[in-house]
Design a protein around this ligand. Sequence first.
Ligand code: PRX
Length: 673
Amino acid sequence: MSESDKEKQKIYYPLPELAENARIKSMDQYREMWKKSVENPREFWAEEAKMVDWFEPYKEVWTGSTPEDFVGKWFVGGKLNVCYNCVDRWVEKGYGDAKSLIWMGEDDTLKEFTFSELKDAVSKTANALKSLGIKKGDRVCLWLPMVSELAITMLACARIGAIHSIVFGGFSAESVKDRIDDSQCKVLVVADQVMRAGRPRPMKDNLKGIIETCPSIEHVAVVKVTGDENVYKYEKDVDFTALVAEQSTECPCEPMDAEDPLFILYTSGTTGKPKGVVHTTAGYLVYGMSTNKYVWDYSCLIDLKGDTVEGRDVWYCTADIGWITGHTQIIYSPLALGAKTVMYEGVPTWPHKGRFWEICEKLGVTHFYTAPTAIRALMKYGEEPVNKFDLSKLKMLGTVGEVCNWPEWKWYWEVVGKGTTGEKPVGRPIVDSYWQTETGSYMMVNLGAITPMKPGSCTFPFFGINPVLLDEDGNKVTKSMTQAYFAYDMPWPGLMRTVWGDHERFVKTYLTKFPGHYFTGDYAQIDDDGYYFILGRSDDVIKVSGHRLGSAEVEAAINSHEAVAESAVCPYPHPVKGSTIFAYVTLMTGVEPTEELKKEIQKHVRTTAGPAVYPEIIMFSDALPKTRSGKIMRRVLKAIATQSDIGNTMTLANPEVVQHLIDERKKLGEIKF
Ligand code: PRX
């Protein structure tokens, strides 16, 4: 075994002082609590739900009848408001002057909202939405960069019971349209422009010719980020910045039913059409709060843990709010716990490579949460950009979105966390949180203060979560280090409730492959010590920089180019992004396969589907390997792309195409990034 392999297989321990003041102090305590939580989930979740301020108490914790009943309802009969829990209650409890959301701009502008200021800003925005005709149950689409207005508008929606549907800024205007049409949004809130690496870039301009084709949209509410007057104007435009400014700060919080939808967030699946994942009010809130409280153990207004109100820990999650991580981990859970939460406008590498660490020093960040892809991007620049800044306030680090592999794990541990190596390595813990848009918050995760870590493992289940490994026939796989399908065998409050407008799709996608289980779509394995390792997707979902893309979506974008007859995509290993997109493209008869055409197709996809969907490698091919039923054999495509063993091709209808593809792949040679 090499030195590196030995190091990788060691157990890493969190700094012992973290356990002393932790909410859960030992692994024995965790194990005992976990056992109780899965044996009697109603009791466990009733206890956690006490963190919420209810307008009316709920009557029943959960209406399911068997543990496998995933469609039961949570906290039935309860009335509450998420915005009230995130904002107003802290003001009412006398913490109006305490800091809540700390927003930092690319140009270092700092907006440190106290809970009172946040309440006023949210109330004014909520009144502005109301003045545009938005009421409880209406859908509002938010397509905004990481400006403070995004956080405030989502809270404003929650305040009045409107359902927000946030679309990631890196998606195209076409994707915005699809999402607006699917959930029939009445208002689109959009920025005039985006600031990226010091330069204004178009945002609203991209909607030209598209927003006019969204019949449900009554108003386009424009947030002035740059205030550029030359930005394209639509008939339905409203100057949202001005409208908000003239509103009153009085706006009551709408009492919502526990099971009323809080938001829709579209995510990719195996078909071309993204799914509108619906999260509800009470279950999502309770689950997000509970996970954040125990996993990160930060001091917050729910429990100051001996800190002063001003001395509370500082939480910084670097995700974009356009993804579930931003929803749950920047806004809803930390604010509901009464934490200080940082939101940063820009990218990690501008104006310099140490921007994240500079923010940590400047804002006194104690808990830092990012994605492996960001760590890989930063480790290229070595230690110097990190060492320039004082990171001594940091207590815990964390990752999300994909496996944190050994090289980046080691760098994070040693360079950022200043963890020790040697016989028994000790340092700032790296929380490896495994979860999904659908699950609301963490499912498999280490409790930062106490769980011994194994690099690359998301360790153990959170409370109330019972993971199972299954074979193709649904039998439990108990043998260690054996790849299996990863599922859960009982529901939890934060689970999505439905796919917007298509409940059958929800049941079919998640609850049908293994009846009585929620199936994640991932492969996983367990080791002899009970540590879980996620092995990646078992379906056609591709993760690029931790972002989830459906193969069919990317293919639809490629196929919409007039020269393309057919295409198929697969993931290809990338040193920073984890995976990038490798596309096989068959051209229309008579079209010349040129390098220019490749670039044109890439450009076409970038504009129609968005930069997030960019097919970085294109290979022209005369045909694609298909089964007799016409299904593309992706396993073969992946193997050809990575020049690895292709395996059995007996079931192919056109095996002769394989050699052609292998030859074409050879011509591409080594792919450099
Ligand atoms: O494949 C798993 C991977 O990301 C998928 C969920 O993607 P998304 O809904 O976009 O949510 C990402 C942020 C919550 C999972 O099915 N994944 C997420 N976290 C991890 C992970 N894979 C390995 N380790 C993780 N910690």
